[in-house]
Design a protein around this ligand. Sequence first.
Ligand code: MN
Length: 742
Amino acid sequence: MEPSDLHLQDRDPPDLSEIIELALIKNPACSVSRIRDAYHYVAHAFAGRRREDGTPYLKHLTEVAKKLTELGVDDNSIIAGLLHDTLEDIKGLTKEDLAKEFGADVAEIVEGVTKITTMGPEDEAGEHILMVDTIRNIKALHKLLLAVAGDIRVLLVKLADRLHNMRTISGKKDKNRQRVIANETLLVFAPLAARLGIWQIKSELEDLSFEVLHPEESKRIESLINQTEAERKKELSAIILETKEALESAGVKYFQVTGRPKHKFSIFNKMASQHLKFEEIYDLIAIRIIVDTNAACYHAFGIVHGLYAPIQGFFFDYIAKPKPNGYQSIHTKVTGPHNRTLEVQIRTQEMHQNAEFGNAAHWTYKEGSEGSKEAKSMRSLGNQLAAASAENTEIGDFMRAVLTDLFTDQVFVFTPRHDIIELPAGSTVIDFAFKVHTELALKLSGVKVDGKLVPFNTVLQNAQRVELITRSDAEPTHEWVKYAKSSHALSRIRTYLRKKEREVWAKIGRASIVRELESFHLDPQVNLSPSKLDPIIKSYDGVKTADDLYARVAEGLISIQSVVQRIRALYSVSKEPTPIPVSVGFDGTMEIGGKENKSIEFKRAKCCLPIPGDEVVGYITRGNGIRVHRRICPSAQALLAAEPERFFATTWQPSDAVYGVSLRIRCINRSGLLADITTAIAAKKTNISNVKLRAGGDAVVDITLTVDVKDATHANDIIAKLSGFASVISAYRVFSSISTVA
Ligand code: MN
């Protein structure tokens, strides 16, 4: 401090000396010089600045500090009250600057107030609105405020700030803004004051908001009060005088016997909610007696009941049994002069102080749950603040540590509609999405936090505004499993992925069956129609839907051949070419192959590559010997239509000869797969003459290979062996070598 500051002490401006006087009454050990420093700091920084109503900005700051001294808070809170607008309003000023000048504790409180003041979305005028009518969960908002504040004293400063802003609200020219602020005050800050037990601030905030929000009702009630005021005052002063005399003659020491003010908003509320007339509420005369000890309370109570007849059932002893928020008083109703009902409250000075200004020692965060962890922490917080204020010690770290403990488990964020969502700390935007709306979350394509696009693994912070962007074709990916922290989100994502995977399997399975059907010239559309497929589905144990069946085929749980066989068994006629009606050739039925017929030359038709064991027909070419086709071969059918006389029926006996056939194997790609397949085929005593690999999507690979077989049984044997592999989705004989080219 500069030496010249010391001389200012005698010439302190009135507002400053008022603050210092009040602070000294509450706490004789308070640090006057630090308060004075803070005053001069803002007096300089805000010199010449005026509020919208033309009053000096400094006045606002000193009024806030005055209110805080009334509440009996510690020095740092009073100093923070003077400085509460500096971080927001002084260009270039940082928290560190404040800490250097006034200590880290003060800087923390001012920063907390600034955070709360700038919380919530901005309106068109660029001002922040914490609250709109759509908010549903005030308790969650209070938790959010506590979490963001990080220190109870931040909220006390904020309440004092709001109180002065409401007292001067008429200075705002924009009526609509007046209403917005009043609404926010009524919905958020008055209940917050009540939560902290500061009834005086609560009532005043309510009345001030009421005047702005319901000017007509407010004026009506005020004029009703005024009309009856003169008579009431006369009556009241007679009662007060009578009561005082009775107390004095009984030797009860009292400090005050006063009429009790009634708040406009509470009268309005009672009229509206209990359908009472103004007279029914206001005609009650209420007095309050303030004495010095608990014993004196009961003594005074006895005297009042001796003076006026008590009304049965209206005696409450909140001294012996305080209300959960710590409120203490004796309440009784008696019949006063002229048969008027008289309400009487009796309490000590300390109880009165606590009721009006809040007793830090009685802060309970959760109403009616005194034993809760939160309530206990809040109470010990209050005790510490009260003690710190009396002993003038610093308690910043402790104040913050407790609130930090209380709220480290949770994080509170806004939806675009200003609802508050409570999530476990560490939650990501993905968790938020699933908490808010599972169906939307499954279509999530992007997330904005405070208006900016963020990655899905972004961890949420208190008071952020989170907006979900969806797209109809968006869907969860495996990455999401890493981003989600909550079990709810995780289970929804996993369920979705499993279902999705099943759909992929089903697609693969269906494609395999379609191909197999086509190789038999069966129309897949017809044969896989629901009505046709239904009996097939039912023929398998535990298979419920078509996708079920397809997926199992793809997974190798059901062989593709078995499905197609069952289809063929049921609907063998559907699109299979009609068997070739073999006309008898020039020498009747002929048999090819076998020992006796070796001399007859024939060739296997390339279009269908028949082997012994297939149903075959012979076709006599022009100059190229006999060509053998499978009976179901389309080329054979076309030839038959043109020249039936060249066909003859034939059977084909196995011999020592081997014939190449093409097999196609669809499988899940894995290392060593091809080696396993070739080994298995070799074990069936056959050669592989040609192998083609073609990668499909989804880690699937198609293998086409040509193997030498003796007959159809041999080929089926190999197919059965291959179908047995876990990674084989389907294995079948390709109908023709020509089609494999495609
Ligand atoms: Mn302010």
